[in-house]
Design a protein around this ligand. Structure first.
Ligand code: PLP
Length: 433
């Protein structure tokens, strides 16, 4: 319903429908959207005053909830001092402070940080780093990537080239998407021993192609957009060992899993390994503003410096934006306070207990929980537009995709709010069973 908000701005939904693209939508078809006026804690307030509990953390980014006073205050201070400045030939304390924190929080060998403005670009940067590294050490033929199926790394061209090959993007954009090497996604689930066939298949790919492979890239432990699937930590260990054996760099994409989501600060810690290149985004700023980072080792940075270009060939306009860095500094201070650990453990316990019941609904294929991620997988694909109003009626903001009904709420959600989310998941799962 078109209306005006408290600032007298128009809620012109018709205009929105006719002129504004939303993610993965068509301009010819009406997709339902809700109008959000404000958000506080774990609650969204809609244009008509309705309140919804947020089960998505705004695509997995808003881990501290909305309107957190510490992040808002840090950003307000920065906004009044220096909201933006180019990063070519200039530096600033928000970037220096943030780099120190990232080096401290991630694993030892990662010492060099490149800031960009979105997860997809952090992945592009990681891929460029790997390619330039091999040029620098005289192996310019190592230019291909290897990855596992069902992955998602973003919508830009190089990142699409390592997304699941069956999702349509590869064929749709033809030769503009580079053909990379894929192996099937690991069979063994999180907590299970690795499937030896999967390791053999990967070894076989390495044996056949390692001379042309610059890096392996994957989402660690949790494949997100590929179906909220949690795989064996042992597989990740094997990947690291094979990369070492065959002289291939390992790029780990923690854009969705970083900063505690799976119960460890970084998901690679489940496997006790470290990457050569690490991609971060989403929760880096607590979800308040877009910022991403690609970290690499001294070894990778040296290779890039020794490459024919002599410099790393990337430099976005909004690189290391000070306002975004100030949000990230405040968000990481909150993470470093350490409360996230008990919060995520409690969320995990509660989701395990409350989602159990869904296992006996006829159309439920699987129920799984890891850290602060709760999933009900159905045996058929779901129509997001059709199910959306049911969730809204139940007072929650949950977006289904593929065949999964999932939640990844802010870590700060209360037990009562979480129960409202798990109840809504079960109600809808039962309704469509
Ligand atoms: N990598 C992973 C693992 C993601 O989950 C996403 C987004 O969902 C991306 C990369 C792309 O990030 P962005 O949407 O910020 O470009």
């Amino acid at each position: 319903v078109n209306s005006v908000n408290s600032e007298n701005q128009a809620w012109d939904f018709d205009f929105d429908r006719q002129h504004i693209w939303h993610p993965y939508t068509s301009m010819n078809q009406a997709f339902p959207v809700i109008g959000v006026e404000s958000a506080d804690g774990c609650e969204l307030t809609l244009n008509d005053g309705t309140k919804l509990i947020d089960g998505t953390s705004s695509w997995w980014a808003c881990v501290h909830g909305y309107n957190h006073p510490k992040i808002i205050s840090a950003m307000s201070k920065q906004l009044n001092m220096l909201p933006h400045i180019m990063f070519g030939g200039i530096t600033h304390t928000p970037a220096i402070e943030l780099t120190k924190k990232l080096i401290e929080m991630t694993c030892k060998p990662l010492t060099k940080v490149f800031f960009s403005d979105s997860g997809s670009i952090a992945v592009e940067v990681a891929i460029k780093m790997a390619l330039q590294y091999w040029q620098g050490i005289g192996k310019a033929n190592k230019q291909k990537l290897i990855t596992i199926k069902r992955g998602y790394h973003g919508d830009s061209f190089a990142s699409m080239s390592v997304c699941d090959p069956d999702n349509g993007m590869h064929t749709m954009f033809g030769d503009a998407v580079t053909k990379q090497h894929f192996v099937k996604a690991p069979q063994a689930k999180f907590g299970e021993p690795v499937n030896s066939g999967d390791v053999e298949a990967l070894r076989h790919k390495f044996i056949s192609h390692h001379n042309s492979i610059a890096a392996m890239i994957l989402e660690p432990i949790k494949q997100g957009a590929g179906g909220m699937y949690f795989y064996s930590a042992e597989y990740l260990k094997e990947v690291r060992a094979l990369c070492d054996e065959f002289n291939v760099l390992l790029i780990i994409d923690e854009i969705a899993t970083g900063f505690g989501r799976t119960g460890k600060l970084f998901a690679y810690e489940h496997a006790d390994i470290t990457p050569d290149i690490l991609c971060l985004g989403k929760a880096l700023t607590g979800g308040y503003i877009s910022l991403a980072a690609t970290l690499c080792t001294d070894k990778v940075a040296k290779g890039i410096s020794d490459s024919p270009a002599g410099v790393f060939m990337h430099g976005p306009t909004f690189m290391a934006n000070p306002l975004a860095c100030s949000a990230a500094n405040a968000s990481l201070d909150l993470i470093n306070e350490g409360k996230w650990q008990s919060q995520v453990i409690n969320l995990e316990k509660q989701m395990v207990a409350e989602l159990e019941e869904a296992k006996c609904y006829t159309a439920v294929k699987d129920v799984r929980v890891l850290g602060s991620i709760g999933v009900i997988e159905m045996d058929h694909s779901l129509n997001a537009a059709e199910l959306q109003p049911h969730f809204t009626e139940l007072g929650v903001w949950i977006r289904v995709f593929g065949s999964v009904i999932y939640i990844m709420p802010p870590y700060t959600i209360s037990p009562k709010q979480l129960t409202q989310l798990t109840t809504a998941m079960k109600v809808v799962a039962k309704m469509i069973s």
